[in-house]
Design a protein around this ligand. Structure first.
Ligand code: SF4
Length: 366
């Protein structure tokens, strides 16, 4: 952390019913070619026991947001700007001494990564790895930690846990390893579980099982869940609230019903329209034209402007804030939701009526 960050005057902590409060998070990478603003002013809140989905394409900043919360980025080349704050359970994480942060990591916040094989240590048994974490965080004796490791394997549906606990990661399938990761994450009963694309590396049947497992465990343990994914189908299935990210910024937030059924940001509308569904079989799939902008050459105002079918001059000159939409609690980073955009907004909503039908299909599949 920079010296400036240490001098920064903190805002007040959030109320007790907010578990995670990310405020104006800005994470930059200083690399050979220049500075990459990977996360640029991201804010959202999560209540205890609730679930939130962070959605976006590759490079949107969703994983960097999670790694910044966990303080797992190398600083430098990363830098977290001084006016960023991350409040968790009454503590501001970015300014905690690293030894205190280590206690929170794995104990109060646990993270599940996309590829379990790279997150598990190949030279230790599954049991050793879970028991070590339990011993460290819960300060229990070795025997109790080992019993807890077996219990947590049972909880995630691993058959013969007494035998499996003595196996090494390479002796298990991808799905089993992901179950082990979940067991490890849950062994210390965290208040917050962060899952970063937890099913992307798995085949479709195992994906469904792992998602079902995550959901049932979250219900049972009352942990809050922050789920990072590019898959709106997973979002529809798993979470209550949604944050949509594009080029490092939040572009839309709201409840899962609001965002999937009545999206108000042209990027979210485009994402929903591009989902292949049964009723589109044989027809042309809609795609968002163009590509995500280079972080070294971002559009000067609205970052989605070069790809947006509703862009007008104003979008090229003035960067949009997150504006209140016509639904309470739903915000969109788009000038359509200002007085200047009223006529265009009606046109956009009409054109995207089809996208809303697709969102309804997704929700009805829950
Ligand atoms: Fe499109 Fe303009 Fe809205 Fe950006 S601000 S998403 S360019 S309409």
């Amino acid at each position: 952390m920079t010296a400036t960050a240490e001098r920064h005057v903190l805002g007040a902590p959030p109320p007790d019913d907010i578990l995670l409060d990310v405020r104006n998070l800005k994470t930059i990478f200083h690399v050979m070619d220049g500075d990459v603003p990977a996360v640029d002013g991201v804010s959202f809140q999560l209540r205890p026991g609730r679930s939130i989905g962070i959605v976006g394409e590759s490079g949107s900043g969703k994983s960097v947001t999670a790694l910044t919360i966990m303080r797992l980025l190398d600083i430098p080349p990363a830098e977290v700007k001084a006016d960023s704050e991350i409040w968790f359970d009454g503590k501001e994480l970015l300014r905690l001494p690293m030894n205190e942060m280590r206690k929170i990591r794995g104990n109060d916040i646990a993270m599940i990564f996309q590829e379990p094989l790279t997150s598990l240590n190949p030279v230790f048994t599954i049991g050793d790895q879970i028991a070590e974490q339990v011993e460290l965080h819960l300060k229990v004796k070795k025997k109790e930690a080992w019993e807890r490791a077996i219990e947590s394997l049972k909880l995630v549906g691993i058959p013969s846990p007494e035998r499996r606990v003595k196996q090494y990661p390479h002796e298990m399938s991808g799905g089993m390893r992901q179950r082990v990761m979940i067991a490890m994450a849950l062994s210390c009963e965290p208040k917050l579980l962060i899952a970063d694309e937890p099913t992307t590396a798995l085949d479709v049947t195992i994906q469904a099982q792992i998602l079902e497992l995550l959901k049932s465990i979250q219900d049972r343990t009352d942990s809050a869940l922050m789920l990072i994914t590019h898959d709106l189908g997973v979002v529809a299935e798993m979470v209550e609230d949604v944050v949509v990210m594009y080029a490092g910024q939040v572009v839309e937030t709201g409840s899962v019903d609001q965002v999937l059924l009545e999206p108000r940001d042209p990027y979210t509308m485009g994402l929903i329209e591009s989902i292949p569904t049964v009723d589109k079989r044989g027809g042309r799939l809609s795609v968002i034209k163009g590509t995500v902008p280079s972080p070294f050459n971002l559009p000067p105002a609205c970052r989605f402007e070069p790809r947006c079918p509703y862009a007008w001059d104003h979008c090229r000159k003035v960067a949009p804030d997150l504006f209140q939409t016509d639904h309470a609690g739903q915000l969109a980073r788009c000038h359509l939701h200002t007085a200047a955009g009223v006529g265009r907004r009606e046109q956009a909503l009409e054109v995207h009526a089809q996208a809303m039908t697709v969102g309804r299909d997704l929700r009805s599949q829950r």
